[in-house]
Design a protein around this ligand. Sequence first.
Ligand SMILES: C[S@@+](CC[C@H](N)C(=O)[O-])C[C@H]1O[C@@H](n2cnc3c(N)ncnc32)[C@H](O)[C@@H]1O
Length: 280
Amino acid sequence: MRQIKREFELRDQEFQYIRDLVMTQTGIVVSENKQELIYSRLSKRVRALNLGGFDDYIDLLEDGRNKDEMVAFVNAITTNLTAFFREGHHFDYLRDHALPKIMERNRQSRKIRIWSAGCSTGEEAYSIAMVLAEKLGFDTWDWRILATDIDTDVLSSANSRIYSADRVTGIDAQRLQRWFRKGGGRNQGLVQIAKELNDRISFKQLNLVKPWPIKNEFDIIFCRNVVIYFDVPTQKRIFDGYARHLAGHGNLFIGHSESLHKVTNRFESLGHTVYKKRDS
Ligand SMILES: C[S@@+](CC[C@H](N)C(=O)[O-])C[C@H]1O[C@@H](n2cnc3c(N)ncnc32)[C@H](O)[C@@H]1O
């Protein structure tokens, strides 16, 4: 391992312990060359807790009584990069193809259920909500979004509805005007999303590699840029789980660098990382 002068020493066996713990707690595969990343994410915890080094930090994590630190550990490890209308073609597909089909199918129940799995700070779920609100309004359809993540910090941030103004620069003016309010005074530089969108979203903690406390069937599942961090058997378990929770007419959206090829045969590609369930 490359030795750099650091505030704390991260010994090889400590790094190996942390890699294993990340895998069992989150499913995320930390490759051998990611010592720097682990150091930069976790040295903050060692410092915040006033510990002498990674050996003390591991002792703390091993002591099963410290549940709070395990939460902070997981929160520190996750990568939460996201954006409003990221991979914008999915939102066009949602509006122009997926929703009309679901509306036809669900015309009796007038219910639509969508899951944003690995929702990070909420931009994906709010983008979905904007599309639904613009197409369906709030009165005639009971549409709801479940937005889940393993990381409790990102979920609190999502629920606050507050974003830095530079996060919304790519959103078109009409949408901005309709769904965002600019902060003034000490909230200068911030924007807040409309509460009526948040009212349709349940942000909940859910670890995709542990049993899911979910009974519902969803019309659409978004799981984008999440499984990229998992090994193939874990990806397979998750996608097979989505197949069980997706309605027959539903769609699965995955990230542009992800693929179901050689992972699961439960889905059929419709192109551009949009899938439907294969007839069984
Ligand atoms: C890169 S973000 C993707 C956000 C959004 N889906 C997008 O495409 O913009 C990946 C998210 O997956 C979450 N994640 C990682 N491991 C997870 C797990 N085991 N269960 C649930 N969420 C997880 C992370 O906390 C992070 O917020």
